[in-house]
Design a protein around this ligand. Sequence first.
Ligand code: AMP
Length: 287
Amino acid sequence: MKVIENPHEAFAHIDHWKKQGLRIGLVPTMGALHQGHLTLVERSLQECDISAVSIFVNPTQFGPHEDFAKYPRTLEVDLDHLRKLKVDLVFTPSPAQLYPPDFSTFLEPPRSAQPLEGEFRPGHFRGVVTVVLKLFHIIPAHVSYFGQKDFQQLTVIRHMVEDLNLPMRIEGCETVREPDGLAMSSRNRYLSTSARQTALGLWRALSDARTMVEQGEREVAQIEARMATILQTAGADSIDYACIVDRNTLQPIDRLDQPSIALIAAYVEQTRLIDNLMLDPPETPLS
Ligand code: AMP
């Protein structure tokens, strides 16, 4: 497994493989890898000839009061996991390699970046689309794998790829959960034992929302109220949003008569957690 810090060197390897006609898969991550990440990697390994993983805690997607400095960094353990899976290349640039001192070009994110995370984390998606576009240039894979765990991010990246005519296929992969339902996240390691229990409220609220829909509830306000109650009862410290939106545009809806999605962002003690679950009217199958 090649571990490469230098963008030009990474490009040269990928270019060489591409010229041999090999299909390249890319999994962008911020490291602190867990089974959620590794499932994306396994999918790439199954579907592609060459699998590349990037590990980069991207400073430009963190707000000034967010957890950039304390974000978990576990590079050696991450590399061990990837070596076992037989990943071909891991790209591990330093911040200075992607953002030299004179760096000043940013990409304007698509409209789907405005609500939800866009509202509560101003500038977040500007940093995400900028770094992902850079990664796509450095590692011009045929296909890149993203998790539905960050559903808005997946939507934003899909729109970016479409709007900019990028020759990259985006594959969304299902959220991997702990046996009790908690979505795996690098930030879960911040949680104390009691916070871990509270965090389960996110999954409980989402599962309840789905049950309400299955039982015939169509009024979004009713379901959103129930999700908020469950989160508060579980002991969430504050709720950024617990809402249901159109699954394609991420715009608010009043009634559940189109493919939609329930999304939550909430603080458990100091840790901000996000999760989501697809909701469909009963005519269309649940995914
Ligand atoms: P991150 O390192 O948090 O930036 O995540 C890197 C990629 O892994 C993103 O595409 C995430 O959506 C995906 N991911 C993170 N957690 C999970 C999970 N529990 N299940 C599936 N994919 C995930």
